[in-house]
Write a protein that binds this ligand. Sequence first.
Ligand code: GDP
Ligand code: ZN
Length: 516
Amino acid sequence: PGAFDALKELLSPYPLHQNANDNAKIPKLPKPRMASLRTLYDPLSNTAPNDQSSTRNDASSTTQQRDPLDSALVLTFPNPNSFTGEDIVEIHCHGSRAVVMGILDALSTITITSTTTDDDDTNIVQHKLRPADPGEFTQRAYANGKLGLVEVEALSDLIVADTSLQRKQALRQFDGRLSRLYEGWRTDLIKGLAHAEAVIDFGDDEALDDDHDESYPSTENDGGMSIWGTIAPRISSLRKDMERHLADASRGELLRDGLRIAIVGRPNAGKSSLLNLLAGRDAAIVSSSPGTTRDVVEVLLDLGGARCTLLDTAGVREEEEEGVNEIEIEGMKRARVAARDAHFIVGVVDATDYRRGLDAVNELIQQEEGVKNAGNIMYVLNKLDLVEEKDKEECIRALQDTAKFGISCTTSEGVDDFLSYLTQQALSRVSGSGKDEFSVEGTEGAVITRARHRRHVEAAANALQRFEVLSGQGYMALDMAAEELRLAASELGRITGAIDVEDVLDVLFADFCIGK
Ligand code: GDP
Ligand code: ZN
């Protein structure tokens, strides 16, 4: 609360309390939201309080200047027009450790005095400045109604976005379109609920009398059909909207959380070499002795805006083969798990030994029951530089798959083609098109980005499904049917924070970096 007083103290070349009654000596704050170049003074450089300076005369103690700390740009954002809705000061100082520490130390010594009144008592409260907790600025913005919960989540995503598409998605959510979608649904449900309750309390006819809501057309025009008959179709179309939204769900979540691409194949097939080529740096250990990559190496890749984690796995081969030891068997186990959990599998096959290589990849895919991604496997025939020109065709044909590429990690031949294909595949998983854009059907590009949202929308859609069953059972089930509407509305309210979400808040704000 004392941000502006603290700034005045920093801008003052003399201790402010000595000049408290001399308005001319109190530094002027810059105009709101205007950057102003100022000298910051160090309150620690002149700590001798006025009343104890018996050895000095008063004149000298008021004229003794504080040491300058820095020349800095200073901005003020008076409430309520700030990020948090409170008074905020920004100091854009030079970036050296000495300057930053000097300013932080200076701020920590400043005491702010404020008066509060409760129960007719006036209390004088003294505050020390302290550093913000992680996410505290955003938390205050939320508490002061500056941001909705969905926007807070978007901001958190924006801060950690690695790729352009992640940034776009976070910004789309930040602009409130996802909130508007959920709030719109919730409003519809609450209207439906109000109608349902009117029917329950007063019966069909009376409830109709003072009903002029356009969105629930009067039943007078449709042959005396009960009002229930007009709510039900609305609710059912709402449920269909939710289900369409849910069908899209994996895209936003995939973009936010990133895609996993596992590179598998026999030892020495060139998996690590391929990973290094794709990553453009030596991220994995490449070695000519088989079994070097025992653990899974992960590299973060930006494929056309899609965030992807590339996984280099241990080579897989027959456990009976010569030289296979326990460590290698463990490595193979991890390779299988990586393949199982991946969104795409890249099977690398050594062209000079392609039959065994292909067998190894196929076996791995079949072994892992959970490989839901068998359709998302790409075969890469590596070391084409070692194959005679006339044999290349035959090798590639042997791969018998639609997604197959012949490459050489040594000469880089074919790698670009493969990379384009991989990028296009990744993009189509996260954006619904092979391009760097979102498909924007129905919900204006508002896609589910978090499992938390998905769970609430699912719960709401399920409640509406039960509503449909109950509302078909006539007047006796009305109460129960209305309860399902209430439940669905409150599930949607939990997404946007309209309904209590204490548990969510703690987790969410802890995710923020310090001071945001
Ligand atoms: P991994 O065990 O599958 O990860 O295989 P590595 O990437 O460690 O490569 C094994 C060996 O094959 C290394 O000596 C690489 O230099 C070599 N190698 C990888 N790709 C090629 C290629 O396209 N052509 C040739 N001639 N050698 C390659
Ligand atoms: Zn390797």
